[in-house]
Design a protein around this ligand. Structure first.
Ligand code: HEM
Length: 140
């Protein structure tokens, strides 16, 4: 009985009273909504300056793209957002996106996340969530 009490006390101390900050959520690691908005801005600047892929964005409604990307990344990192855009299959079907295009955009995203100081582990968690979209985005 004494052991049980001691154990409960110690556990309470270690968990609560020791003042350890809880591990941030993925959404927090991305800086919540303002951090995601800043990240998407960094991403779009890079994409529009990237000669490998920028031609495909010349005629695009960039305000819409910006807003849909913010929603989508917010959802993927577990934030309290709703994605209101088209599906990845619908929005990329007619674009003839290649494997190389996809890799270029992922590189630009990683550069943008680095520039925002997002921890590597958090970066990888987002990339893992975007990876399955590859099959809907890259043309067969
Ligand atoms: C993980 C990779 C990608 C994600 C998560 C993604 C996400 C999105 C989203 C959310 C939209 C907006 C859809 C809407 O307006 O309803 C979009 C549109 C678009 N994406 Fe992607 N995309 C990816 C890869 C690519 C790649 C590799 C390219 C080409 C290099 C590309 C080119 C475009 C273009 C041109 C549009 C605008 C289409 C339009 O407005 O008609 N995307 N993408």
């Amino acid at each position: 009985m004494h052991h049980l009490l001691t154990c409960l006390l110690l556990t309470a101390l270690l968990a609560g009273c020791a003042g350890q900050a809880p591990r941030p959520t993925l959404y927090q690691e991305f800086g919540e909504r303002p951090g995601i908005e800043a990240l998407v801005e960094e991403l779009l600047v890079r994409v529009l300056e990237d000669p490998r892929i920028n031609a495909g964005f010349a005629e695009v409604d960039l305000v819409n793209l910006n807003d849909r990307l913010v929603e989508q990344i917010c959802v993927e990192v577990g934030g309290p957002c709703t994605y209101t855009g088209r599906t990845m299959a619908e929005s990329h079907a007619s674009l003839a996106v290649t494997e190389a295009d996809f890799n270029a955009l992922v590189e630009d995203l990683v550069d943008a996340m680095e520039a925002r100081g997002i921890p590597r582990r958090a970066q990888n968690r987002l990339l893992r969530r975007l990876a399955p979209m590859h099959r809907d985005i890259v043309s067969p």
